[in-house]
Design a protein around this ligand. Structure first.
Ligand SMILES: *Cc1c(COP(=O)(O)O)cnc(C)c1O
Length: 387
């Protein structure tokens, strides 16, 4: 079969491959500690599930508007205003089939052949692939552990060419857990405005923060940056709703209209009753988020401390999301070899950094129970000592 050339330009997800291998080993009865999860390990809070069940019973089972249920679009606009000081109306919001779909639709609506998209590495693995699928060119900027894997305004400036259209910012970051400070966000905003670029701010982990750090949405810095900002987010990570597939984009009306047209000819509306679960997530108490956060916080402390005790591994302290991004350069191993050996010899699953554009690193997720963390870190320590 002659497949379209675009298929050959993207690679399958490495994160899924390792997770699948770990799962297969578990199914064989092998005691695997998995640090590979890219999703919270909690069930969706009961009141959110109840709202979706109720919507089902009320017959919310039909097609809805492609851009989302009006009630959900207003609830999202209101939340962005009250929590992050972003002045959006419901028409500035489109509901999508998850944050991943948000970004894919955005690239389709915005990027074409000849356009460059600046992506700091380590990056969430789908960004470059989406740019490629849209026909654009990714410009990858390498950041360093010494700078907590954050792009500097100087690096951003240097990467800009007359073809640059979009800058992808992800704070808190997957895979690094890095959170940009207010001053750092302001400095990046200045560069974006000065060069008249657009910025997409992937804020899917905005509620998952530790040690009292705050999230500043880049669009809230001022009116000039606001008009150049696109916010991408969703319900998956903060409300443990990964399988529900509800995300959103907020941005200029012209862009939201374009994305609605694309959505109208591709996926149409997001599952109607799932959107009612999302409405409940925003409208109800946020105690469920706080409870998950406190579990994550404890695990982060333990995992980070245990990691610090392993000679040779380097890891900047993460302030958000639920990952540690560990530099394994001292082992002299490539990330895939390291992860394969770790899984085969010590039954610990981690994700190779090459998937995120950083072959000298591996990603450890603490979206798993404390017992597995203790046991898995013991094994990781033994593995590294054995090298
Ligand atoms: C998980 C994730 C998303 C999107 O997740 P969905 O399940 O599609 O909502 C987007 N960006 C980053 C960085 C993520 O980790």
């Amino acid at each position: 079969m002659q497949l379209a050339a675009r298929v050959g330009k993207v690679s399958p997800s490495i994160t899924l491959a390792i997770a699948a291998k770990a799962k297969a080993m578990k199914a064989e009865g092998i005691d695997v500690c998995s640090f590979s999860a890219g999703e919270p390990d909690f069930d969706t809070p009961a009141h959110i599930k109840d709202a979706a069940k109720q919507a089902l019973d009320q017959g919310k089972t039909k097609y809805g508007p492609a851009a989302g249920e009006p009630k959900l679009r207003s609830a999202i606009a209101k939340a962005l205003k009250t929590i992050y000081n972003l002045d959006y109306q419901p028409e500035n919001v489109i509901v999508t089939n998850g944050g991943k779909h948000s970004l894919f639709n955005l690239m389709l609506a915005l990027i074409e052949s000849g356009d460059e998209v600046i992506i700091p590495a380590p990056y969430w693995l789908s960004y470059p692939e989406m740019v490629t699928l849209a026909g654009g060119t990714s410009v990858i900027v390498q950041t360093t552990a010494a700078n907590e894997y954050k792009i500097t305004p100087e690096q951003l400036t240097q990467a800009i060419t007359p073809h640059t259209k979009l800058f992808v910012l992800n704070s808190p970051s997957n895979p690094t857990g890095a959170v940009y400070t207010r001053a750092e966000i302001r400095a990046l905003a200045e560069v974006v405005v000065k060069h008249d670029l657009l910025v997409v701010s992937d804020e899917i982990y905005a509620k998952i923060l530790y040690d009292g750090v705050e999230h500043l949405s880049i669009g809230a810095v001022g009116s000039e940056i606001f008009s150049r900002t696109i916010v991408s987010s969703g319900f998956a990570k903060s409300y443990s709703m990964t399988g529900w597939r509800v995300g959103y984009i907020a941005g200029p009306v012209e862009l939201i209209k374009a994305m609605s047209i694309i959505q109208g000819h591709s996926t149409s509306n997001v599952c109607t009753f799932a959107q009612y679960g999302a409405i409940a997530a925003l409208a109800s108490s946020q105690d469920c988020v706080a409870a998950m956060l406190s579990a994550f916080a404890q695990r982060r402390t333990v995992m980070f401390e245990r990691l610090g005790a392993i000679p040779g591994l380097i890891c900047p302290k993460p302030y958000g999301a639920f990952y540690l991004f560990v530099d394994i350069s001292s082992t002299g191993m490539k990330s895939i070899d390291f992860c394969n050996a770790l899984l085969a010899s010590h039954q610990v699953a981690a994700i190779p950094g090459i998937a995120f554009g950083a072959d000298q690193c591996v990603r450890l997720s603490y979206a798993t129970d404390m017992t597995s963390i203790e046991k898995g870190m013991d094994r990781l320590h033994k593995f590294v000592s054995s090298l």
